[in-house]
Design a binder for this molecule. Structure first.
Ligand code: 13P
Length: 277
């Protein structure tokens, strides 16, 4: 019985001055591999869904994703959470919670501050009533292939106000990371992280976990990051492994998912070592 609320997992990470790693998953193999390696290494983990994979692309549905994570989590002893990543759609977020997601992200980072506060507060009020945790974004975490805009980094005093006025459980902050493949090596603004961590009680989240050097991640974990999001490198490996084994004439169709899982698990064993939980 190790299906746990995300805020409980983040609390444990905070107490140990480290971070849990949350992986963007897309199907049974990606979910299964995260939970199997978490159990093997005796570390907590979080499986996240990008909203566009459940609508539009229809790769998986909300209830299917949440129940897969929950049923696999109940078979292991380590804490496992399920989280809806980056959604700006109130109705979709509520549908996700009703479908079994116990943690959601409302992303209003592109909106003017007052609107981001008002929308986030509305999501928090409903989510908390329904028993789910909320992550929000403040500042703007952009795309890694573009030049990072340091003006869009999270400001500590605004973070303090945002958390007080919205009641969010966790906050995704902009301190020099971005989504996707970095054009050049990122340099996290650790001084700013210290200031944000001192200014607010919310658990802090670092997005754009693909390609950040390990020494910077380790420093960020000890200085206040409690959740690291990793997507691109995990999903790219899933895709290349699928391509490899579906094209391999010696591999029976029904053997391909297991071979893909082996590749994913080797990657996850290395990545999850970063967390000291
Ligand atoms: P990457 O795709 O850069 O690893 O970032 C994932 C992420 O932050 C999801 O919210």
């Amino acid at each position: 019985m190790a299906f746990l609320r995300v805020r409980e997992i983040l609390k444990q990470a905070d107490e140990k001055k480290t971070s849990v790693i949350a992986f963007n998953c897309i199907d049974y193999s990606t979910i299964y591999s995260v939970i199997a390696v978490a159990e093997e290494l005796n570390k907590p983990a979080i499986c996240m869904l990008y909203p566009e994979h459940a609508y539009g692309k229809n790769v998986i549905n909300l209830a299917g994703f949440a129940s897969t994570v929950k049923s696999l989590a109940e078979r292991v002893s380590v804490p496992i959470g399920v989280h809806l990543d980056h959604s700006s759609d109130y109705s979709f977020i509520i549908e996700a919670i009703k479908s079994g997601f116990t943690s959601v992200m409302y992303d209003g980072a592109m909106l003017p501050l007052e609107e981001n506060i008002a929308n986030t507060r509305k999501v928090v009020e409903t989510a908390h009533l329904l028993g789910a945790d909320v992550e929000a974004e403040l500042g703007y975490i952009g795309l890694a292939e573009k030049d990072l805009d340091t003006d869009a980094y999270t400001q500590p005093e605004i973070a303090a106000r945002f958390v007080n006025e919205t009641g969010v459980d966790s906050l995704a902050i902009a301190i020099g990371s971005a989504h996707g493949i970095y054009a050049s090596t990122p340099h996290l603004d650790l001084q700013r992280l210290d200031e944000i961590n001192a200014a607010t009680e919310a658990f802090l989240v670092l997005h754009g976990g693909t390609g950040i050097p390990e020494d910077q991640l380790e420093a960020a974990f000890t200085r206040g990051i409690n959740k690291l999001n990793v997507g691109t490198e995990y999903l790219r490996l899933w895709k290349s492994s699928m391509a490899k084994y579906t094209m391999d004439e010696t591999c029976l169709p029904e053997e391909a998912p297991g071979k893909v899982q082996e590749q994913l698990m080797n990657y996850l064993r290395k990545k999850m070592q970063l967390t000291k939980m």
